[in-house]
Design a binder for this molecule. Structure first.
Ligand SMILES: NC(=O)c1ccc[n+]([C@@H]2O[C@H](COP(=O)([O-])OP(=O)(O)OC[C@H]3O[C@@H](n4cnc5c(N)ncnc54)[C@H](OP(=O)(O)O)[C@@H]3O)[C@@H](O)[C@H]2O)c1
Length: 509
């Protein structure tokens, strides 16, 4: 069965048919565009999920003809796409809906030309004035582009002449003041409902399935609270180092690059209350409440609750790698963390006293993102042999190998009463024949249909920054010599174990 004949996809297409529009892609020649955005757009077209009247207009600095851009798009989707283009009518039709507009982002004339080009596209392609502006550019250009769009009447409150949406890539601010300033700036031009702050983690199947699991089943939610849950562990482990992003990473660090956005969003989904309806506003309200309940730590509390470290030279999968401070673009005396572990509690009725353990690191032994819910031990020990054995854990694997497993104890066959941990497994690959869409496919489609459920709202971003700013301020007060280290290929500094309570341990992945 071809994917386009898949009844789920056909249902999705019927339910979520986006209106005609032009997708204006700023940063059309960038890395993210080539690896993720163009393949996602092509896949949506291939699956029949894009609007019938649709046009993708790339905007960047380098001069390029439409045909050159089309050739680049083809190369990008061939290299990175799920469905490879063929020399057939489908590709030709898509190529005919691709165009390129050269402009420096500060250039007035360039944006005047863009306005003319968009009007011409509307007239020719029937795109009816609806526009999605995707800012796949460095954050220093977010305001520049939004101002230019406003100055040329290309953006403003949604009214009459078609809708206007602004998709903004991460990072959204570098701390609370800058995130608030950016939101304030954008709000002078468009309403909050028109801003789509993308966090691609929210486009992943397992992340969305977290909500289905919790609120679509009756068996989990009654246990999803402080009475039954001992602790929650959220891990984002990477084998990669910082690649060629040394300078950027050294200014940023793991707390801002990963914890403030992706991990805070995972935490919000795990800990949120059931929404009153399955609508964007209701779901985002509940997530925002969790993030508002994040603690306000003093520097002393940061010292008790956070462990940060940098990797030093070592081997990973048989390959030697330099330490963080030896990487290109990193200062010799850098105090930027490549590993962070945190213990936090949420002061809410449901979660009071339950530790949430978060850890993220680079150059760890395995690439793995997961949420593990560890349940309490039974109230009575009927099986002395089981004391200390790993109890019930529900693990949501977000990447790689998306799936869910439930660990529990079972009797080993035989005449003796001995117990062993076993697993019930659900894997996306094995349970569903259809391939999961890439996160960007899902999120771009959502933006096209105007569903902002899986995009982060201003108040969520602000609460997450408030928390991370306090953590960073506390760490900044710690003497330079307290920076911990861990060898490449290890699971982080041993001190991270001290964050855990009695009888608890970091999961082995
Ligand atoms: N790369 C990733 O995997 C990734 C992942 C998540 C989020 N992001 C975010 O996505 C955004 C883009 O990242 P990226 O890695 O794709 O960046 P990139 O490869 O450096 O691409 C930047 C794009 O912006 C254009 N550009 C830069 N300065 C310009 C100017 N003054 N006027 C006009 N065009 C200009 C470039 O055009 P020219 O080539 O014509 O100069 C290029 O198309 C960033 O906010 C980043 O944080 C990236």
């Amino acid at each position: 069965m071809s994917e386009s004949a898949n009844p789920f996809r056909e249902g999705l297409a019927r339910l979520r048919a986006p209106e005609p529009c032009v997708f204006v892609l700023f940063g059309a020649t960038g890395d993210l565009t080539a690896r993720k955005l163009l393949p996602a757009l092509w896949q949506l077209v291939h699956d029949g999920l894009a609007p019938k009247h649709f046009y993708v207009l790339g905007v960047a600095r380098r001069p390029k003809t439409d045909d050159e851009f089309r050739a680049e798009v083809r190369a990008a989707v061939t290299d990175h796409g799920r469905h490879k283009p063929e020399d057939d009518g489908e590709w030709a039709d898509f190529a005919g809906r691709l165009g390129y507009h050269q402009s420096e982002f500060h250039d007035e004339a360039g944006f005047a030309g863009l306005a003319e080009r968009l009007s011409a596209i509307d007239a020719e392609m029937g795109t009816t004035g609806n526009r999605l502006y995707y800012l796949a550019v460095a954050p220093e250009f977010f305001e520049v582009i939004a101002d230019q769009l406003a100055a040329h009447d290309l953006i403003g409150p949604d009214e009459g002449s078609g809708w206007r949406r602004l998709v903004v890539e991460k990072p959204f601010g570098e701390d609370l003041p800058s995130a608030q300033a950016l939101s304030r700036h954008l709000h002078q031009l468009v309403g909050e409902e028109q801003i789509y702050r993308i966090d691609h983690y929210l486009g992943k199947e397992t992340v969305q399935n977290l909500l289905t699991l919790r609120f679509g089943n009756a068996i989990f939610e009654p246990l999803w609270n402080r009475r039954y849950i001992d602790n929650v562990q959220i891990t984002v482990a990477e084998t990669e180092g910082i690649g060629r992003r040394g300078e950027f990473y050294d200014q940023t660090g793991g707390l801002r690059d990963m914890v403030q956005n992706h991990m805070m969003q995972l935490l919000a989904l795990v800990a949120m209350e059931p929404p009153v309806t399955w609508e964007a506003g209701a779901i985002r309200d509940e997530k925002a409440k969790v993030l508002k309940a994040l603690p306000d730590w003093s520097p002393e509390q940061v010292a008790q609750h956070v462990v940060r470290a940098q990797y030093v030279a070592g081997a990973l999968a048989g390959v030697d790698h330099p330490g963080y401070r030896e990487e290109n673009g990193v200062a010799d005396d850098s105090l930027t963390e490549t590993y962070a572990a945190l213990r936090l509690t949420l002061d809410t009725w449901r979660w009071s006293g339950v530790p949430f353990y978060l850890r993220h690191g680079k150059r760890l032994p395995k690439r793995s993102t997961e949420v593990a819910i560890a349940f309490r031990q039974p109230p009575l020990t009927l099986f002395p042999e089981a004391v200390g054995a790993t109890g019930n854990t529900l693990v949501l694997r977000i990447q790689p190998d998306e799936g869910i497993s439930l660990n529990f104890l079972a009797k080993i066959p035989g005449t003796r009463l001995t117990l062993q941990a076993v697993k019930m497994e659900f894997g996306y690959g094995s349970s569903f024949a259809a391939a999961s869409p890439e996160a960007y496919e899902r999120l771009i489609l959502d933006a096209l249909v105007g569903d902002n459920t899986l995009f982060t709202r201003q108040d969520e971003v602000a609460s997450a920054w408030r928390f991370i700013d306090a953590v960073r301020a506390g760490l900044a007060e710690q003497p330079a010599e307290t920076m911990l280290t861990y060898p490449v290929g290890s699971w982080g500094p041993p001190e991270a174990a001290q964050l855990l309570g009695p009888g608890q341990q970091w999961r082995r992945l």
